[in-house]
Design a binder for this molecule. Structure first.
Ligand SMILES: Cc1cc2nc3c(=O)[nH]c(=O)nc-3n(C[C@H](O)[C@H](O)[C@H](O)COP(=O)(O)OP(=O)(O)OC[C@H]3O[C@@H](n4cnc5c(N)ncnc54)[C@H](O)[C@@H]3O)c2cc1C
Length: 380
């Protein structure tokens, strides 16, 4: 088994790492503290081709393997976890689903703009009354004179305020319990679509998350993705893949927390020595380094299985479960190593600790990942 990245993947990792150090680091904490969406950084990512990593060359993208996308998200997350989730939703959920399920017309209209960073994509599945249980979605899409008319309220839409287009899920048959869920592309300019609320969140503050209201929002029939009534399997397949991206975001966050803890332990003195010389601190560092590396291996394995076109869903759920929970443990211990200063906004670990919390919640909670894994175990 080969645990090495190939030359192209190493070059990409080094390029993204130096971009993160030179372009993201200098502005990251300012963006977070001002709750400012990183529009300039997204333009720069687009100039590097990184907004089109799931877009084929035919639509002006640089479609890479999933491991390359994971490495990119990991490196970006190390500097600004908010930017990693913005890019992950755009790439793994929006561009990926348009490319896989959209008509030729939708692909040629939206993918080149998405790859060029002219539009950002969002993915709107969750509703105020339905998160883990997508059969409870209540947004309706009704056919009328060759169009679909959408009505309902969506919740927790990452990129909601800035997206140029949304992948949006709605019931095409009332009371069907999710059996007639369908997926649509809704352009931002569609009359009847509006952002109703921006969430005040605990962390990831540079990633803006909104509610959406749809009131007699009419879209062309061609904006249906895949077959009518197949929305649930489209949502589950897209989330299977994008979970690998959230695992990668978790790895990057954990790595940064570890880096911060090592650096702090080397310079903080107590009892006449640096705290790095105290065995209790060394053990904490050893534990969090091991958690981080195990998360990375699970994440790369899930991405590699996807790239080899092998069954990857169980591996993706394991990677997401393990890496997101590990990132929380790592951030907790790394903050402990900082003592009282870890509780101060002046130290990055305080932000990482807050940012980590959502990783085991979005794109399927840890409980849902366990259900997915157990289902495979009992079927095997
Ligand atoms: C910052 C942020 C960004 C987000 N971005 C997006 C986005 O871009 N698009 C989008 O569609 N959604 C997004 N979400 C929504 C997110 O995916 C949901 O919050 C998540 O899926 C959980 O749904 P819920 O909040 O309704 O919790 P619920 O489903 O109500 O779950 C509540 C609790 O019950 C547990 N639970 C539920 N069912 C079971 C079960 N059968 N067995 C065991 N435990 C169970 C859950 O694990 C959880 O602990 C985002 C959320 C956040 C916080």
């Amino acid at each position: 088994m080969d645990f090495e990245l190939n030359e192209e993947q190493r070059m990409l990792r080094d390029m993204v790492r130096s971009f993160a150090q030179n372009e993201i680091e200098p502005v990251a904490s300012e963006l977070e503290s001002r709750h400012e969406f990183p529009r300039d950084l997204l333009k720069k990512l687009a100039n590097l081709g990184l907004m089109g990593m799931t877009v084929p060359a035919k639509y002006n993208g640089i479609k890479t393997d999933y491991l390359s996308l994971s490495i990119t998200l990991e490196e970006i997350s190390r500097s600004l976890p908010s930017l990693a989730v913005i890019l992950s939703v755009h790439s793994s959920l929006f561009c990926y689903s348009v490319n896989k399920y959209g008509s030729e017309q939708l692909k040629s209209t939206y993918l080149p703009k998405a790859a060029a960073g002219e539009i950002l994509g969002a993915f709107s599945l969750t509703e105020p009354g339905a998160g883990s249980d997508i059969s409870a979605l209540s947004t309706q899409a009704v056919r009328r004179e060759g169009r679909f008319v959408l009505n309902g309220t969506k919740a927790w839409v990452s990129n909601g305020n800035d997206a140029g287009a949304f992948i949006l899920f709605a019931q095409t048959e009332a009371g069907s319990g999710g059996k007639k869920l369908s997926a649509f592309l809704v352009d931002r300019e569609t009359p009847g679509l509006r952002v109703s609320k921006i969430e005040e969140k605990m962390g990831l503050n540079a990633s803006i998350t909104t509610d959406l209201v749809l009131e007699d929002c009419e879209i062309p029939e061609d904006n249906l993705l895949g077959d009518e009534g197949k929305g649930a399997s489209i949502a589950l397949h897209c989330l299977d893949c994008s979970r690998i991206g959230i695992a990668a975001q978790s790895v990057g966050l954990a790595q940064r927390a570890l880096d911060e803890a090592v650096a702090y332990s080397r310079q903080r003195e107590a009892f006449g020595t640096t705290i790095s010389q105290i065995q209790a601190i060394q053990f904490m560092l050893a534990d969090i380094a091991t958690l981080t590396e195990a998360s990375r291996l699970l994440t790369y394995r899930a991405a590699a299985l996807y790239d080899l076109e092998k069954p990857f869903s169980k591996a993706a759920a394991m990677a997401k479960l393990y890496a997101s929970e590990a990132a929380n443990k790592v951030a907790y211990q790394a903050l402990q190593i900082h003592g009282g200063y870890g509780y101060s906004r002046e130290f990055m670990i305080e932000q990482l600790y807050r940012d980590a919390r959502v990783l085991s919640i979005y794109e399927g909670t840890s409980e849902i990942q366990r259900m997915v894994i157990a289902r495979f175990l009992l079927k095997e």
